[in-house]
Design a protein. Structure first.
Length: 186
C-alpha cells in the first residue's frame, strides 16, 4: 500500500483536514516547550544515573543498608530544606519591613523548592545536587542564573500595544486633542 493511500484511508481519525505527516512532523520538540523541557530532560537523566548508582551501591553494601541510607538522606534533606526555607522567609520578611526588594530571595525560594524536589527523588546524585543547592553560595549562584534566563514575551500578537498617551473611557480609546477643538473646553 502506498503512503498516500495509507494516509487517505485513516484521514477520518484526523478531522482537522491536516495531512497525516503534519501531526508527527514537529521539528525540534524543545523549540515550543522551551526551558521546561530541558529541565525535565535533565531531571530524567539525573534519575536514570541515580538508579544506576543505587544498583552499584546495593552490590557493594547490600540492599537493606542502601535503602536505609536513602531514607535517612531524604529525611535529613527535608529537614535541611525546611531550615533553609525558614531562613530565607525570615530574610524576605526583614527586607519587606525595610521596604526593600525581595527578588533574589524569591529566586532562592524557587531554588530551595528544586532542592526539596531533588531530595524526593531516590538516589545519591540527586541528593548531592540538592545538598549543593542548600549551600548559600551555590543557592545564590543558582538564583542569579535563574534571573539571567531570557523570558518569553507575554505580549500577544493579536492585540497591538495601545498608544500610551490615549485615555480609555468605557472601553473606547480617546485620543488627547487640543483644547480649541472642543467647544466645551473653551
Amino acid at each position: 500500500m502506498r503512503p498516500a493511500a495509507c494516509s487517505a484511508s485513516i484521514s477520518h481519525l484526523f478531522p482537522t483536514g491536516k495531512p497525516l505527516h503534519s501531526f508527527f512532523n514537529h521539528g525540534n520538540p524543545f523549540a515550543e516547550r522551551g526551558r521546561m523541557s530541558y529541565l525535565l530532560l535533565l531531571i530524567g537523566l539525573i534519575f536514570c544515573v541515580d538508579i544506576y548508582l543505587i544498583g552499584q551501591v546495593m552490590d557493594q553494601i547490600g540492599i537493606l543498608i542502601t535503602l536505609l541510607l536513602l531514607i535517612v538522606m531524604a529525611w535529613v534533606g527535608s529537614r535541611l530544606v525546611k531550615v533553609e526555607g525558614m531562613r530565607t522567609l525570615e530574610k524576605m520578611m526583614r527586607k519587606m519591613s525595610q521596604q526593600e526588594t525581595i527578588g533574589v530571595e524569591m529566586l532562592e525560594g524557587a531554588v530551595l523548592l528544586l532542592a526539596g524536589f531533588l531530595y524526593l527523588l531516590p538516589g545519591f546524585l540527586s541528593d548531592l545536587l540538592a545538598t549543593l543547592l542548600l549551600l548559600p553560595p551555590f543557592r545564590t549562584l543558582a538564583a542569579l542564573l535563574l534571573s539571567r534566563l531570557p523570558r518569553r514575551s507575554t505580549v500577544s500578537s493579536r492585540n497591538p500595544p495601545r498608544n500610551p498617551h490615549s485615555v480609555v473611557i468605557d472601553g473606547e480609546t480617546v485620543q488627547p486633542s487640543r483644547a480649541e477643538d472642543h467647544p466645551s473646553l473653551k
